[in-house]
Design a protein around this ligand. Sequence first.
Ligand SMILES: *Cc1c(COP(=O)(O)O)cnc(C)c1O
Length: 400
Amino acid sequence: MKTNDYISLLDRYGAQNYLPLDVVIQRGEGVWLYDVEGNRYLDCLSAYSAINQGHVHPKILETLINQAKKITLTSRAFRNDQLPLLCKELADLTGYDMALPMNSGAEAVETAVKLARKWVYQVKGIPQDTAEIIAFEGNFHGRTITMISFSSEAAYREDFGPFTPGFSIIPYGDHGALARAVNPTTAAVLIEPIQGEAGVIVPPDGFLKQVREICSENNILMIADEIQTGLGRTGRLLACDHESVRPDILVLGKALSGGFYPVSAVLADRPIMGLFQPGDHGSTFGGNPLGAAVARTAIEVILSENMIQNAAVIGEYFQERLAEIPSKHVKEVRGKGLLIGVELKSSAGGGRRFAKKLQESGVLIKETHDNVLRFAPPLIIDRDTVNWALERIFPVLTMD
Ligand SMILES: *Cc1c(COP(=O)(O)O)cnc(C)c1O
């Protein structure tokens, strides 16, 4: 079968809820992807940062195979010998007292929202069903009804109502708006330290600190969704680390899977996480031994192979070189570490044609919000490979 055969099969039998590039991947190794025709591409998307460790990392693969031979799922009705170790290692890694593993990112944010609501009722004693959570314009927290209930993206919401109440939306980066939005029913502020899906939007310097201060002053929880920005992507373990900000609730996902098996997690200290009681919340697959073992190794290789430091150094180099490209189409190059956004001018004709041209030259990216090209290769990428990519990006960004 050839590329077009696979494409027509999916067109015929698969739901059309995505508009993928017409490349059919068969194999991956490190930063490279290979399609069914044998063409090689540099992966500059990393499955939206789920592949920080690179494709089919040998150590994570070994863990997956060994664990799959022993035990894969017990449900939480019984205990398993991987979950306690994952929770401890997540706590050691992040400095929080306790962890709650889930599967998808949306589920983990949902868990954090439930936890914040529980906290405000139990600790602050406000009347039931009045809790409010403040989120930001341009946010992306997943695709469940609750997550899209406070999305500002019309396409994510249209035809999917009615929505979950209890959220308010304010402009991203505006601490004055946040201070005004806080009221006695506010439970938490839910924030992405950099908005990935919105187009790699980096808030003004000091904004995370201001959010932290407003939350502390008003005794409300700061929830950081670091599903995309966490685990080294921005050149620090967490993007919040750039401002030395410690959220009350931390949400991880994507790269916690090593790209093998979906694992997400919510982290908090005991006074908050300890509010969950048996029966409050759960998931059949959350905390399963296969996922837990994979996540443990996914974390281990990020640390032992210096991926965070590499993301900082190579990310800065990549961003600087991209910014030097004399392109009439580029409005701004921004980002942190290896989460880089190239915003195009409205005259550029949209990001899709650039993504297609890059595909032809062997670099895979995806445009986000029509006019932003996101460059987010696996954190193991080296300088030579970035230079290889730049040689291919240059002619595309400088085309007519
Ligand atoms: C991808 C993402 C999610 C959703 O994760 P899923 O695993 O797709 O449910 C939530 N928040 C952020 C910031 C993300 O980037």
